[in-house]
Design a binder for this molecule. Structure first.
Ligand SMILES: *[C@@H]1O[C@H](CO)[C@@H](O)[C@H](O)[C@H]1NC(C)=O
Ligand SMILES: *[C@@H]1O[C@H](CO)[C@@H](O)[C@H](O)[C@H]1NC(C)=O
Ligand SMILES: *[C@@H]1O[C@H](CO)[C@@H](O)[C@H](O)[C@H]1NC(C)=O
Ligand SMILES: *[C@@H]1O[C@H](CO)[C@@H](O)[C@H](O)[C@H]1NC(C)=O
Length: 241
């Protein structure tokens, strides 16, 4: 704890002390937008046919997939995440940013830090691991998919489906550029992931060049057929059979 805050504070004070250095760091960001991705664990596990997928007990809603600056990944090979960096966040991270396919959640966070966090670190708001991980947790509270969907009467169900429009209007405050991703299962659209584009100042509605955002294997949801949101079950591969 003491060690990580020492490192974080040193960075912070360094920035305050020298505005020139601060400007340099801001300018060093190659990205314009971030994607904040949250996934529905019940659907995510359906997509893994070979790798065991499990939903930890404490998980009860949408979970974080990641916060990804557009463009490059892996911006600083030497900057490794350590347990100490995020000691005080681990309970929340296990709840809201669990690993569903890796046995060790810490390995998942290490990967996310290495691939994406190190690229975000040029921005003041996420300039060290502790800031990055606390910021992501805050974003999940601020942009709570659970709250928005339940306010719109959308509940996980095996029997009921919803229209694309229903989801879209439930999440309208997140801006129209929000990206809903579906998995096609037995010819049905299963809502799987929601990506919210954010600007560098973390406001909604950044317009990325599509090609700079990570390519994804999940389809964009369409309004051509209804969309399902299945409940979690102890058998995540087949939640409704
Ligand atoms: C997209 O990526 C290219 C190549 O890395 C970069 O030159 C361009 O500035 C990026 N565009 C945005 C909006 O980030
Ligand atoms: C890369 O990470 C190291 C810590 O491992 C840090 O000292 C260095 O400043 C980082 N470089 C950049 C460009 O952020
Ligand atoms: C949904 O369907 C299942 C099986 O088809 C049934 O057991 C269950 O009662 C139904 N639930 C609702 C809320 O209709
Ligand atoms: C369905 O989506 C298409 C393409 O995005 C759009 O042009 C059309 O108006 C939508 N239809 C409805 C009923 O919302």
């Amino acid at each position: 704890m003491a060690l990580y805050s020492g490192i974080c504070l040193a960075v912070l004070y360094g920035l305050i002390a020298t505005t020139a250095a601060q400007a340099d760091m801001k300018d060093s960001c190659h990205w314009k937008c971030l994607e904040f991705a949250q996934l529905w664990p019940g659907s995510f596990c359906m997509t893994f046919l070979k790798i065991p997928c499990r939903i930890p007990k404490q998980v009860d809603g949408w979970t974080i997939h990641g916060l990804w600056p557009d463009g490059k990944t892996g911006c600083n090979r030497t900057w490794k995440l350590t347990q100490k960096d995020i000691d005080d966040l681990q309970v929340d991270l296990r709840h809201y940013w669990p690993s569903l396919v890796k046995k060790d959640a810490f390995k998942f966070w290490q990967d996310e830090w290495y691939k994406h966090g190190t690229c975000g670190a040029c921005a003041d708001s996420m300039s060290c691991p502790h800031k990055y991980f606390s910021l992501v947790l805050e974003l999940r509270t601020k942009f709570s998919i659970d709250t928005s969907l339940s306010a719109a009467g959308i509940k996980p169900s095996c029997n009921n489906s919803y229209t694309y429009e229903h989801f879209h209007s439930a999440l309208f405050y997140l801006h129209t550029h929000i990206n809903l991703q579906c998995y096609i299962y037995k010819k049905q659209q299963i809502l799987m992931q929601i990506k919210i584009p954010l600007s560098k100042d973390l406001s909604v509605g950044c317009h990325p060049h599509e090609e700079n955002f990570s390519k994804s294997y999940y389809e964009p949801c369409t309004n051509k057929s209804k969309i399902y949101l299945y409940p979690f079950t102890p058998h995540p591969r087949h939640p409704c059979s």
